[in-house]
Design a protein around this ligand. Structure first.
Ligand code: NDP
Length: 334
């Protein structure tokens, strides 16, 4: 049982010495619990936050514990009559070959016979694809004809948000890093406008957004924060809704940038929503079925960036912060 442990808390950008790969015996199930053989581990920006000893929506990963991750795998041993060895499950576990799932934790069965790859339960039908689904449809409540601005638009969450926005009739503007990703926003994810944020000041980026949406933006789906968000705030329409989903530009900063352009939130009577996907966990199956239907109809494209090998967990994880990942980043370990 190989385990990818958090050895010490990263200071700023994580370095290899913050982690340790160790061997341990295969565990046995606790009373009422399970042991799962993980096949795919989700690599998420949120994991960086869980590595800090800072107040959050979840306790920090304890030093010496495996890096917490949503995984998809097969029940290896069970002391719970609802789960049998061989069942495929998704749950909140760790980057390790075998995870112990205690009773009361988040573990759900998944039907892998209906999908091209079990990893889809970490992307399209998993928390990340559904982050876009619920954040846009339930929090922002888009109306046809509204202008939707998405940052981190070529990423796992952002690309889903943009496409769902088109499905419900929005005009979509995506912000991403570099010409390749901007091209993909238009060709692969159907954005109406693509804006490259790299190397641009707040003023320059704000002017590009204004050119794309002269009447202002009705919905901002925020994945990035920092200067990108500051530029967006200068382009709010009256009563704009801002879904604060993530702030990836800040996760590796010891000194946070924050938000400087708060004033337009007041003058445009905008609403800023703090949003967490786990509130919607009871509705994952329902929303996953809708996502699967859209994919089958060719209306929704979900890309995965599958990296291989538990021993490559650090290099794979860092792809999120260099922008190397092309789609939902997943680590295949079995
Ligand atoms: P992505 O697939 O979007 O990958 C991360 C992307 O972020 C990179 O590819 C890169 O794209 C961009 N990025 C990295 N560093 C910076 C930076 N300094 N400035 C601007 N962009 C940067 O990841 P996810 O789709 O998994 O996550 C996207 C966001 O959603 C994150 O903020 C995450 O924390 C959040 N999230 C929130 C959830 C919730 O419940 N609220 C649940 C799941 C995710 P580029 O090349 O364009 O720079």
């Amino acid at each position: 049982n190989r385990r990818f442990l958090l050895a010490r808390r990263p200071h700023g950008v994580p370095v290899p010495a913050d982690f340790a790969l160790v061997e341990a015996p295969v565990p046995t199930p606790p009373p009422g619990g399970l042991v799962v053989r993980n096949h795919y581990c989700s690599l998420d920006p949120a994991q960086r936050g869980w590595m800090d000893d800072a107040p959050s929506y979840m306790p920090p990963i304890a030093l010496g514990d495996p890096v917490r991750a949503t995984t998809v795998g097969v029940v290896h041993a069970s002391d719970n009559p609802e789960f049998r060895p061989g069942d495929w499950v998704m749950g909140l576990n760790g980057i390790e070959d075998y995870s112990v799932c205690a009773p009361g934790g988040f573990t759900m069965k998944v039907d892998v016979t209906q999908v091209a790859s079990p990893s889809l339960f970490l992307s399209a039908m998993g928390a990340v694809g559904l982050t876009g689904y619920f954040g846009l449809l339930e929090v922002a409540k888009p109306q046809p004809g509204e202008v939707l601005l998405v940052s981190g638009a070529a990423g796992a969450v952002g690309s889903a948000v943009g496409q769902i926005g088109k499905i419900v009739g929005c005009r979509t503007i995506g912000i991403a890093g570099g010409p390749d990703k901007c091209r993909r926003l238009l060709t692969d994810y159907g954005f109406d406008v693509a804006i490259d944020y790299k190397g641009k000041s707040v003023t320059e980026l704000a002017a590009e957004i204004r050119a794309a949406a002269p009447g202002g933006v009705n919905i901002v789906f925020e994945n990035v924060g920092g200067t990108v968000m500051d530029a967006e705030m200068l382009n709010l329409a009256k009563h704009a809704r801002i879904v604060l989903c993530g702030l990836i530009s800040e996760y590796n900063l010891a000194e946070k940038y924050g938000l400087r352009n708060l004033w337009p939130i007041l003058t445009q009577q905008a609403t800023l929503y703090g949003y967490l996907i786990m509130d919607y966990a009871p509705r994952f199956a329902e929303a996953g079925a809708v996502m699967a239907q859209w994919m089958a109809e060719g209306r929704l494209r979900i890309d995965e960036d599958v990296q291989e090998g538990l021993e490559n967990a650090y290099e794979a994880f860092m792809r999120l912060f260099t922008g190397a990942n092309t789609g939902k980043l997943v680590l295949k370990i079995a």
